[in-house]
Design a protein around this ligand. Structure first.
Ligand code: ADP
Length: 278
């Protein structure tokens, strides 16, 4: 102690949080923030104390997804007080610090690291069961910062969000065992292992679309079964599969993702089967 007062202060905040889960994806638009928001909301609904941290500094979306866009972060003598969503999740996001929804943030790497550190250290998180951390797509400054800043207080690990499209390029042949060394998911896994982040598992999003008329299911983005094979090949659990469901998109837009239950409770399975979500 005393070595780095800023890190010590951050560690004190983080030690009051039982589980820290980082949600990542190889590219944008695969539903990473949707999964992070649903995960946080569902955990809160189950009775846990939950916060969600949006480290997507340039493209924050958690305030919309968790319906706190009309609230501001307030200051107290003990730190920032994050807005609280209707489902009870404390939400800290750069989105809540901007003057308008159209405002853009342009920060270089070191300033981003500084901001991520401030958000972790200067927020009055209180005692929490879970902190769900949304990140920007890819592996960049924010992810490296998180890995370093949380090293002392050991996050549970990473939930990787993918779509069948990403999975296919991780496979050498869709019907064979995986042998390719390329692909979005592989890169994510390599990154996590390099920086010492445990991988909790993978969520396959937008896997199938159920026709509202005939109830037939279509793998619209292709790659049926690829998730299972790739997960097995990489030695990581497949936590679950979410359908491509317009109802989910609509609910996300209106900030009521927590009310969503997919066909046959797929969502419940995908979001609730992680080992840390007991
Ligand atoms: P990311 O965080 O990976 O950029 P988002 O969570 O913002 O992705 O999702 C991108 C868009 O896709 C959003 O409009 C969201 O509502 C929609 N979406 C995400 N998952 C699903 C799904 N399973 N079914 C339908 N729409 C989805």
């Amino acid at each position: 102690a005393g070595r780095d007062p800023a890190q010590d202060a951050l560690n004190i905040r983080m030690r009051a949080i039982k589980h820290k889960v980082i949600v990542m994806s190889g590219k944008g638009g695969v539903g990473k923030s949707t999964v992070a928001a649903c995960l946080a909301a569902r955990l809160a609904q189950r009775g846990s104390t939950v916060a969600a941290l949006d480290t997507d500094i340039c493209g924050p979306s958690l305030p919309t997804l968790l319906a706190v866009s009309d609230q501001e972060i307030t200051n107290s003598q003990w730190g920032w007080l994050p807005p609280v969503s209707p489902c009870g999740v404390k939400v800290l996001s750069v989105g809540s610090m901007l003057p308008s929804a159209d405002a853009a943030v342009a920060l270089r790497g070191p300033r981003k690291t500084h901001l991520v550190r401030s958000m972790l250290r200067d927020t009055l998180w209180g005692r929490l069961n879970y902190l769900v951390i949304d990140t920007p797509p890819g592996t960049s400054d924010e992810h490296l910062s998180l890995a370093r800043l949380l090293r002392d207080t050991r996050p549970d690990g990473v939930v990787l969000v993918t779509t069948p499209q990403d999975l296919v390029c991780g496979l050498s042949c869709p019907t064979e065992r995986v042998t390719s060394t390329t692909g979005v998911v592989r890169r994510q896994v390599t990154f996590c292992r390099k920086v010492g982040l445990n991988i909790i598992g993978m969520v396959e999003n937008m896997a199938e679309f159920e026709c509202p008329c005939c109830k037939e299911r279509y793998p619209v983005l292709g790659g049926t079964g690829a998730a299972e094979r790739l997960a097995a090949d990489l030695g990581i659990p497949l936590l679950g599969t979410l359908p491509l469901d317009p109802a989910l998109a609509t609910r996300c837009e209106s900030g009521s993702a927590h009310n969503y239950l997919g066909p046959e409770s797929n969502t419940e399975r995908a979001l609730g089967s992680s080992h840390c979500l007991v």
